[in-house]
Design a protein around this ligand. Sequence first.
Ligand code: MSP
Length: 505
Amino acid sequence: MERFYITTPIYYVNSTPHIGHAYTTIAADILARHRRQRGDDTFFLTGVDEHAAKVARVAAEQGLTPQAYADGIVVAWRELPERLNASNDFFIRTSDAEHKRFVQGFLQRLYDNGHVYQDVYAGLYCVGCEAFKTEADLVDGKCPEHDREPEWIEERNWFFRLSSFGPQLLELFERADFVQPGFRANEARSFVEGGLQDFSISRAGQTWGIPIPWDPESVAYVWADALVNYLSALTYARPGEDLLETFWPSVRHLLGKDILRFHCVYWPAMLLAAGYDPPRQLFVHGWLLLDDRKISKSLGNAVDPLDLIDVYGADPVRFWCVRAVSFGQDGAASLAGIHERYERELGNDLGNLLSRTTAMVARYREGHLRAAPSPAGSVAAAVAPLALDVGERLDRFDVTGALERIWEVVRVLNREVEATAPWQLAKDEARAGELDRVLYDLVDGLRAVAIALSAYVPKTAAAILAALRQPAAVDWSLVAYGLTEETEAIAAAPPLFPRIEAPVP
Ligand code: MSP
């Protein structure tokens, strides 16, 4: 049994979630559910990042205190994992009292260990990124991420001696799988090799944030507060238990490429400075673009994932997100794509396969499936390597590749129906044994596929198993050929994915 602690970034609450945020949460949930299937001791964390300057600004625009504003909008953010059917073990808010206390202790450790000093920061700050910027980060004087000129700030801040961590960080990057995929590791490594500059971990003249313990007039810089959530949550997620011992450092951080430096460079250094082990692994994924454009409120393409779920349901949204764009790469998805995949892949490939299989068992065998495995058949050959192949891909965070591997078996099963034409076999009494074997292979293959799919589309998987009158357990060892026993009372199943008329919300 392994320990597997998976995190999403905590999302800024300056506006409501869009499909890009749902993307990371879905991927993390797939990995968490899969590890639970394998029996690993798993913990899945997501949540929100509240102490950002941009949050304070939006609150002010609405005439609210930042806390009152955050308390309101957090409802929508909690709804995101809930409606996605994500199995997160905890939802952290950085305004939680326990988190605030932990951050103060963490910063105090940096200070006590001699990694912090006071200086004046005179330079640029992009509120969109919540990051200090140098001229080299800008294009035509603007932050390329936010297409906006950063602000000039000049304040007395507390600095973290990042510059002294170069060699230790480079050593970490020697570990082949520390940052995945490899090209992102190279990006992080060359940032370190380019020479590290100390960075400010406090902000002056602001009240929204966690007070610096030795200088309560200043508050923690939002990243020095937010990153620490990955540790702090473990200390209070389960009342009365400290999960740090169990899950640190077995952590895998999922993050978008926009926040690579903070996670792959700043965070490991801060951990080392405070006396913690660095994370086990970081996986950096690309952008989910909608119709080739970055998703943003100002472009008017910020699709609300909850609207999509209202129309299609959580499983199709989960399925589409990881299938549309190869996880790890940048890629364009489209809303037309979700409708297409709903009808063609989920409706036809999978849904019809279940309808046909159950209808045939009902019609030709009065719902009674005989145990008639064919260990040398093509279904057995397709299912046998599935558990290993999918597991191996998911160990590499290849969420898209693993799903495609499962889908190959779905296609094998559909071909099996066409190739064996059970409706012909049913006409010929002499071929009853053959028909029994085909029906068995279809039911058993679908059963194995459903269990393999259950991390991706948990409700659909449960519905398939129920329709096949199979146990609801989804242990990974059940992704194997020939485990279906003689089964009674299989009835023609209603469509898994009924037609939807209004395609795009
Ligand atoms: N609050 C920081 C993270 C702190 S973690 C200690 C932050 N928040 S954010 O709200 O901007 O969310 C960033 C994350 O949301 C990205 O890293 C990525 O995981 C996800 N995504 C937001 N838009 C996305 C896409 N269009 N496509 C894919 N992921 C996207 O940064």
